[in-house]
Design a protein around this ligand. Structure first.
Ligand code: ZN
Length: 378
């Protein structure tokens, strides 16, 4: 490990895409993080948040907010805060990705019962979902983008169904890994490109809801003009989010269970495979370094503790015991993943492909809408 150059503050290595170190050995990602979060005013941010919640409640809809609920630590805590601390009436929505761990299922059922919230488990025909996972694995060497699309799908679907004014997420730019394009991609443009050879458009649309870049100009304009003022907020970016304290609260208040306090994503049976495949595709990269670096920057972990964790991850980077179950569930053979190292999302999209187009006509409509809003005092 000593042979690898790492940032002197976080633990990002010299293999990290686009990394640069300053004279003190501090990386550009640490400086980016400081600019966004170092002087972040949490008290002010929470006051803003409370105003947003009061506005949502004042609409007196069936639900004040929607929480995408995986049964993992962060989304469970989001649901807990929404209901208990902020007094919102949330609808919890789970995308059944087919890989929910027994811990996730138990935590989901316990949490919604103890919190007294309405909950939906949304399941897509498994034969279709399985073909999608298989196709992504065989062509691009990953499967997480399918689940990401499903999570987005259920959020939009139930928001529209019940006209819910606010979506509250458990994702965070501050403490979650913030992978650059070179490392990770779950973008629907990429997903559609990989799937379109093997799936009819109608099938793809059952997983991937059309977003702005999929729409023609007229639909874009219509959507913007008829936008009913929905909004979304990432709660961990607005209030302090200390992983170990959150676990204590969930265990105490909701009987929450985890097989390992130090592990992320205990809600997915195959989370370990995500990292194992990725580490093969990017030799020497060690996927875990990103999350650890964020926790060091956020003061939740010392650099020494993160280095020790990383050392452990490198030493233990062997075939996860769940591989056979995963292959079995997707009707894949060991040979199908033997050369996973040679596959990547980058075979299908470039960074430039993902820059949203904003036609001049749309910009004009948005400008006019803003102006009208100002003139009407809204
Ligand atoms: Zn750094």
């Amino acid at each position: 490990m000593s042979a690898v150059t790492r940032c002197s503050r976080c633990v990002l290595s010299e293999q990290f895409p686009n990394i640069r170190y300053d004279g003190d050995g501090v990386c550009n990602y640490c400086h980016d993080w400081d600019r966004a979060w170092k002087d972040f005013d949490f008290e002010r941010s929470e006051r803003r948040l409370v105003r947003l919640f009061e506005t949502a409640k004042a609409k007196k809809r069936r639900y004040d907010c929607l929480v995408g609920f995986s049964g993992g630590r962060d989304s469970t805590y989001v649901l807990y805060l929404c209901k208990v601390k902020y007094g919102l009436n949330p609808l919890a929505v789970t995308f059944n990705n087919g890989f929910l761990s027994e811990f996730a299922v138990e935590n989901i059922m316990n949490s919604v019962r103890l919190l007294g919230v309405d909950h939906v488990m949304h399941t897509i025909d498994w034969s279709l979902l399985k073909r999608m996972y298989r196709t992504m694995m065989l062509r691009a060497g990953e499967f997480c983008s399918v689940c990401s699309a499903g999570i987005y799908l259920v959020r939009q679907h139930y928001r529209d169904l019940y006209n819910i004014p606010l979506i509250v997420n458990g994702a965070s730019a501050r403490v979650d890994e913030a992978s650059p394009f070179e490392v990770n991609c779950t973008h629907p443009v990429y997903l559609r490109r990989v799937l379109r050879e093997s799936f009819a458009p109608g099938e793809i649309d059952r997983l991937i809801v059309p977003r702005e870049y999929d729409l023609g100009l007229w639909d874009l304009v219509k959507r913007r003009l008829l936008d009913r003022g929905h909004t979304a907020v990432n709660l961990p970016d607005q209030v302090p989010w200390h992983n170990q304290e959150i676990l204590d609260t969930l265990m105490r208040e909701l009987g929450w269970r985890t097989p390992d306090r130090t592990k992320e994503h205990v809600d997915c049976r195959y989370a370990a495979l995500k990292y194992w495949f990725r580490n093969q595709q990017m030799p020497g990269f060690v996927f875990k370094q990103e999350k650890l670096s964020q926790l060091v920057r956020d003061g939740q972990m010392t650099r020494d503790a993160a280095l020790a964790d990383l050392e452990k991850a490198i030493a233990e980077d062997a075939e996860p015991p769940v591989l056979d179950a995963f292959l079995d569930q997707l009707d894949l053979a060991r040979d199908d993943v033997a050369d996973v190292a040679g596959r990547s999302h980058r075979d299908f999209v470039t960074k430039e492909d993902l820059v949203p187009r904003r036609p001049a006509a749309l910009r004009a409509v948005l400008g006019a809408k803003r102006l009208a809003g100002r003139l009407l005092g809204r």
